[in-house]
Write a protein that binds this ligand. Structure first.
Ligand SMILES: NC(=O)c1ccc[n+]([C@@H]2O[C@H](COP(=O)([O-])OP(=O)(O)OC[C@H]3O[C@@H](n4cnc5c(N)ncnc54)[C@H](OP(=O)(O)O)[C@@H]3O)[C@@H](O)[C@H]2O)c1
Length: 341
């Protein structure tokens, strides 16, 4: 039988600047019981997502601001432990959105069974979840990277960036990654095979560093960061360059009015640049293709997957704060439990 207690981590204080562990509260409640047509899920892994920060200051992003006192949102890998739903059996493993807690009730909607090709099971919310899908769809479907192009990627050691860079390499591009610190930069070159890396934390001028790395300018910029790195990239694009805004991690902790903004909009005219933003959930028609293709690449050892796994639900807030200090290499996850069998 599952435990009687459900530990849950609530969003308990509006964030100002960098997130702190005190912005969250761990509570214990009686474990919920599934009603007719419902199932009880036990979370095995939960995700730690920088994009969640955008909702935690009391302001809306592309989703409404998160109310105080709610359990923190996350993607989850879970085991069905009780089922009163005709389509789900005890012991099945599913991926969904069940937050920072031990147990959750589901009515079966927005759940997907974990494919036997998706091993380890944590990859269902990593390379086969929103980060990997963002990378695949960004590089292949939106930016349409082609062989010989120079592709610049920020947060290149992260969950999205590391997969995006490797797909660009598979498609024959030259990849220039940007990441914080020598260790991450070395890792990206040695393990992911990126052609050049720029350690933005040790460069006096990022724009000068980009100029040296992309002598004729970049054809493509896959941006996970925004802020000064975006301005430096815009200054170093080729004519007809394409920029994809995937994330803004350098801006999430800023208050209204502190945003860095675009410095040189005229570069869009002089270099005929295109820039677009995207939300991966708008492109679900590509999910099946992306998962199948990436599973094949992993099997063929063309795509390397790295996860940053922290142990224990109680450490989720620390892991979240650590994202903004660059503590993760690859997908940040928390491990809560193992499946029964
Ligand atoms: N548009 C979509 O549909 C979609 C979907 C998924 C994710 N995203 C976005 O994609 C981005 C990457 O997400 P992820 O899950 O892959 O996270 P991640 O890159 O694995 O982790 C965050 C990384 O951001 C870097 N960082 C933190 N603060 C920074 C700063 N001030 N300047 C530069 N870099 C900073 C850190 O790496 P360093 O050590 O290199 O600084 C940190 O490791 C996020 O912005 C996320 O919101 C968008």
């Amino acid at each position: 039988m599952p435990d009687k207690i459900n530990r849950r981590i609530l969003f308990s204080r509006l964030m100002v600047g960098e997130p702190r562990v005190e912005d969250f509260k761990l509570i214990e409640e009686p474990r919920p019981e599934p009603g007719e047509g419902e199932l009880l899920l036990r979370n095995l892994y939960i995700s730690i997502d920088p994009g969640s920060r955008a909702r935690l200051s009391g302001r809306a992003s592309y989703v409404p601001a998160k109310p105080l006192g709610e359990v923190m949102d996350a993607q989850s890998v879970s085991e069905v432990v009780l089922s009163r739903h005709p389509d789900f059996r005890v012991g099945e493993l599913v991926a969904g959105y069940h937050g920072w807690q031990d147990y959750a009730i589901s009515d079966g909607r927005r759940l997907s069974w974990i494919d036997s090709r998706q091993r380890p099971i944590s990859t269902a919310i990593g390379v086969f979840g929103l980060p990997g899908l963002s990378a695949y769809i960004g590089i292949r479907k939106l930016l349409k990277v082609t062989a010989g192009e120079t592709v610049l990627i920020s947060s290149a050691a992260g969950a999205v960036g590391s997969i995006a860079g490797q797909i660009a390499k598979i498609d024959g591009a030259q990849v220039v990654g940007i990441a914080g610190g020598e260790k991450k930069c070395d890792f990206c070159q040695e393990v992911y095979g990126f052609d050049q890396m720029i350690d933005y934390k040790s460069e006096g001028s990022i724009s000068e560093a980009l100029k040296r790395a992309c002598l004729k300018g970049a054809h493509v910029y896959f941006d996970n960061v925004g802020g000064e790195l975006l301005n430096a990239a815009i200054a170093n694009m080729r004519r007809f360059g394409r920029i994809l805004i995937c994330g803004q991690v350098a801006e999430y902790n800023l208050e209204p009015g502190q945003g860095i903004g675009l410095r040189d909009v005229s570069a869009f005219i002089s270099n005929r640049l295109d820039m677009r933003g995207f939300v991966v959930l708008d492109h679900s028609e590509f999910f099946e293709e992306a998962r199948r293709t990436m599973a094949d690449w992993i099997k063929e050892k063309k795509l390397m997957v790295r996860e940053h796994i922290v142990e224990g639900l109680e450490n989720a807030p620390r892991a979240f704060c650590g994202l903004f200090r660059g503590e993760n290499i690859g997908r940040s996850l928390v491990h809560l439990a193992d499946p029964k069998e």
